[in-house]
Design a protein around this ligand. Structure first.
Ligand code: NAP
Ligand code: G4F
Length: 426
């Protein structure tokens, strides 16, 4: 009100023709004040992240905090600490200016979600919580339907019940698993894009397809700002240890350090479009900053076999692996060693012999139905969102290997000191 009042007075003075220079000066001064006040009083945006303890949740929380958001995260109650990935962000809640708060919750619990959303009044919700392992979804299909499918509905309904449709924007973590890798469903250029048909091949994919459509339906039915990010595989040093890339980078590091003999994998010929999670969480944010709610494919546009990922990971240590044999008999053997590279990393590869087998196939990792190939077309996200990923596959492998080698070196030191270390084999 005082802004209007002062502007009114200044204009009146101007019209009355008294000391017009001073009046202009006043108007300018007040203009500057208004700008400064507007900038400093600009309301802090509030985000709520489900799945904040996961790979993407951790990177997204850090990203939003850097952008000045107040970030609320939902974590599940567990019998031991499950916040490793976000502990560096967490503040003592008694301190001033705390901008990161965790709430106990679960996507299977509507009342809990309604209460958290009511308390936090978020401008943006990122629904990243999920049972996200495709192979495990064959073991617990009902649970995955409840969390990944109906969980999405619970978030959307909570926002509607609370009358927040016009305030709260919702990001739904959809997935390239929706496409199922059927060759005939690719576009003319050989990619999956926003218009490619879906054909999910796992209970996870089927649950996620419900999440996709219910998000789209609520957008159309209730005019909500609810969007799907159809994200292709994205990895990082924070990737869960049982996903194939992390399993490989951890095992390669251990083998290089002499802490493990052999890595057992499933389908080596599967092809994935692998990007870096740090790039992908930025795309999530961009999707919610647009004028209109829409769905976007986030991908690199390059696909690689599991076999080649193995080669790239070992090569980071100076270990050259080649594959021979077929199907279950296929194996990865050391054919060369770059001693200089290894030494520069502080590795002594003397115990590794040429011809030694370091990768074997174990059919227990095969899936009842497999997605053979994924390759996404990021044209829309690059042109409309202005999304520009910083990592290519080589940079991703380097980042993961650097991190896992450091991690495993800690185990090596502990072992040398006769302390016990854990294996965490799957
Ligand atoms: P992630 O590392 O497995 O994290 C999943 C998160 O969901 C964890 O915080 C987990 O909590 C939480 N969660 C699991 N069950 C829950 C429940 N019942 N209620 C509330 N939270 C629950 O997965 P991510 O790689 O970060 O992926 C994030 C999202 O993107 C997921 O929805 C995933 O399906 C989807 N997505 C991932 C990719 C990818 O390549 N990474 C690609 C496309 C889509 P705990 O820590 O307690 O287990
Ligand atoms: O690393 P993965 O388990 O990832 P998958 O199944 O592609 O799913 C991931 O990406 C999806 C996006 O497309 C997400 F929606 C989902 O939440 C998850 O993040 O397996 C990748 C490929 C598969 O073809 C699998 O059969 O690697 C093959 N693979 C071969 N050996 C293996 C293994 N996968 C795992 N996890 N472990 C193995 O030993």
């Amino acid at each position: 009100m005082w802004i209007n009042y002062t502007s009114y007075n200044s204009i009146k003075t101007l019209l009355l023709g008294r000391r017009s220079v001073i009046v202009f000066y006043n108007l300018f001064k007040y203009g500057v004040c208004v700008c400064i006040i507007n900038l400093t009083n600009k309301k802090m945006k509030v985000a709520l992240i489900t799945g904040v303890t996961g790979q993407d949740g951790a990177y997204l929380a850090e990203f939003l905090l850097k952008k000045g958001y107040f970030v609320h995260g939902i974590k599940r109650r567990s019998s031991s600490f499950n916040t490793d990935r976000i502990d560096h962000l967490y503040q003592d809640q008694h301190e001033k200016d705390v901008r990161f708060k965790l709430h106990y919750g679960d996507l299977t619990d509507s009342t809990n979600l309604i209460r958290i959303i009511q308390e936090t009044q978020p401008d943006e919700i990122y629904n990243l919580g999920a049972m996200s392992h495709v192979k495990v979804s064959f073991d617990s299909p009902e649970y995955v339907a409840n969390v990944d499918g109906i969980g999405t509905l619970r978030i959307l309904e909570a926002v509607r019940i609370l009358g927040l449709q016009k305030k709260t924007r919702i990001y739904q973590a959809s997935t390239s698993e929706l496409y199922g890798g059927l060759p005939e469903n690719k576009n003319a250029a050989g990619f999956y894009d926003e218009n490619s048909p879906f054909y999910p091949r796992s209970p996870y994919g089927v649950a996620k397809i419900y999440g996709f459509w219910i998000t789209k339906n609520y957008r159309e039915a209730y005019d909500m700002f609810a969007c799907n990010g159809i994200l292709f595989n994205h990895e990082s040093p924070l990737r869960g240890e049982t996903f194939v890339t992390r399993k490989i980078t951890r095992a390669a590091s251990k083998i290089g350090l002499g802490l493990q003999q052999c890595l057992y994998l499933g389908n080596l010929s599967a092809q994935r479009d692998w990007g870096h999670a740090k790039d992908y969480i930025e795309a999530m944010w961009l999707i919610l900053q647009q004028e209109k709610p829409e769905d976007y494919v986030i991908a690199t546009g390059v696909t690689t076999t599991v076999r080649d990922f193995v080669r790239m990971a070992f090569a980071e240590l100076g270990i050259i692996v080649e594959f021979s044999g077929k199907d279950e008999q296929e194996k990865g053997v050391i054919i060369d060693v770059d001693e200089e590279k290894a030494l520069a990393l502080g590795l002594n590869l003397a115990s590794l012999k040429l011809g030694e087998t370091v990768v074997r196939v174990d059919p227990k990792y095969f899936r009842p139905t497999e997605v053979d190939l994924l390759l996404g077309d990021p044209t829309k996200s690059k042109t409309k969102l202005g999304w520009t990923p910083k990592y290519d596959l080589q940079a991703l492998v380097e980042d993961m290997m650097r991190s896992d080698l450091n991690l495993m070196k800690k185990d090596e030191y502990l072992k040398q000191g006769n302390y016990q270390t854990l294996n965490y084999f799957e």
